[in-house]
Write a new protein. Structure first.
Length: 121
């Protein structure tokens, strides 16, 4: 999470098993499979929300996964029609592991929470 917050993409990718980077965004149904797709997802997201950051709330451990609860925060200052409004949403991400490397990050959140804040509601 720290590497993503600091836009250190190579360090963030290094946490994945070689050739196994995968993100699944459950709320939107999007899947980014492979290092290039994951890297493009990170970079394109920061064009719209340059200050996007995560703040860890809690970690939970399973046999082959780590479950994180965290705050996702940022300000919509980029993209086609920026609102210049901040948002925060409590999220959950499941990091699936093979050995000591991540093979999938699956993120869950309520899209409407962010949408309402960006509309100023």
């Amino acid at each position: 999470m720290v590497a993503e917050n600091e836009h250190r993409w190579a360090d963030a990718l290094a946490t994945f098993a070689p050739g196994r980077a995968r993100y699944e965004l459950i709320a939107s149904g999007e899947v980014f499979d492979g290092e290039e797709e994951v890297l493009d997802y990170w970079r394109s997201g920061r064009l719209v929300i340059p200050d996007q950051r995560n703040e860890l709330i809690a970690l939970h451990h399973a046999d082959d996964a780590v479950i994180t609860e965290f705050w996702l925060r940022g300000t919509h200052t980029g993209g086609g029609r920026p609102t210049n409004r901040p948002f925060e949403a409590r999220m959950v991400a499941v990091f699936e592991f093979e050995g000591d490397r991540i093979v999938c990050e699956r993120a869950y959140w309520d899209r409407e929470t962010i949408t309402r804040q960006l509309r100023g509601e």
